[in-house]
Design a protein around this ligand. Structure first.
Ligand SMILES: [Zn+2]
Length: 261
């Protein structure tokens, strides 16, 4: 018997980092064109992605910076109303390893206030902007009662996160840069077929070994129509196997923790 529920053979965690233009507002405060790229997310990509996910009947997690939730609250509420999870993703997408202790505290505070206001409840999942932590980040996560994180790159199975030799109580849902659309499409300018091959190849291995795969998407990147069609093709290919579990982050983390308890 495998490790996954209901006789499933492997788990695929589809995660969207709904940054919108938060990072560009921080990095290029006057850069209207730089910022416009991120605006493609609320204007075009989010509705398009939500419709695709409905058609495919999969529920996913969107990690949202506090600034994005404050700026585009109706899109975050739409994400929730379609049955997806919203997790936390910093405030203005700053690098936590570069800010002062005071600023990191303020980031966590503003992030929690913004998300809780829009969501009506506290987020349970956290993903750090740029997948970067300071030595204080895990203490903040524990203090705010987070249940899981999705930032580390040392496994292809979920696990209970230990830090400095101690149990944190957090479930970790690991990630990797080559399973991130930004790196492949924006940094390396790969084509849709190259990305399809890369991700399908990893999926096939994970499926065979009965393990876990996390793909990370940015709406302004994956939401371009040719890429979204590629993603649809990929998810349909995964679903065709009939034995793949597509949990939201919180469902996967809960299931993992109960199993380990
Ligand atoms: Zn991000």
């Amino acid at each position: 018997m495998g490790v996954w529920p209901e006789g499933k053979r492997c788990a695929v965690f589809l995660s969207f980092d709904y940054d919108a233009e938060s990072a560009e507002v921080w990095r290029f405060p006057k850069g209207v064109i730089e910022q416009s790229k991120g605006q493609f997310a609320p204007r075009v990509a989010i509705p398009r992605i939500l419709d695709l996910l409905d058609r495919l009947e999969v529920k996913v997690t969107f990690f949202v910076p506090g600034w994005t939730a404050e700026t585009y609250p109706e899109t975050v509420q739409e994400i929730l109303s379609r049955g997806h999870e919203v997790g936390a993703h910093g405030y203005l997408h700053k690098k936590l390893n570069e800010v002062s202790a005071e600023e990191e505290e303020e980031i966590f505070e503003r992030m929690m206030t913004a998300l809780t206001d829009v969501m009506g409840e506290k987020p349970l999942g956290f993903r750090a902007p740029y997948w970067l932590y300071s030595e204080r980040t895990i203490d903040h996560l524990k203090r705010y009662g987070f249940f899981y994180t999705s930032d580390f790159m040392n496994d292809d199975m979920p696990y209970m996160l230990r830090y400095k030799g101690e149990e944190t109580g957090l479930v970790e849902l690991p990630v990797e840069w080559f399973l991130d659309d930004w790196v492949l499409f924006e940094t390396h300018r790969k084509t849709c077929s190259e990305v399809y091959e890369t991700w399908l190849g990893e999926f096939e291995g994970i499926h065979e070994l009965g393990r876990y795969l996390c793909l990370t998407f940015h709406p302004q990147t994956i939401g371009r129509i040719s890429r979204l069609r590629m993603l649809e093709r990929l998810i349909r290919e995964m679903k065709r196997r009939g034995d793949v579990w597509f949990p939201r982050g919180v469902d996967l983390a809960r299931w993992w923790k109960e199993r380990k308890a």
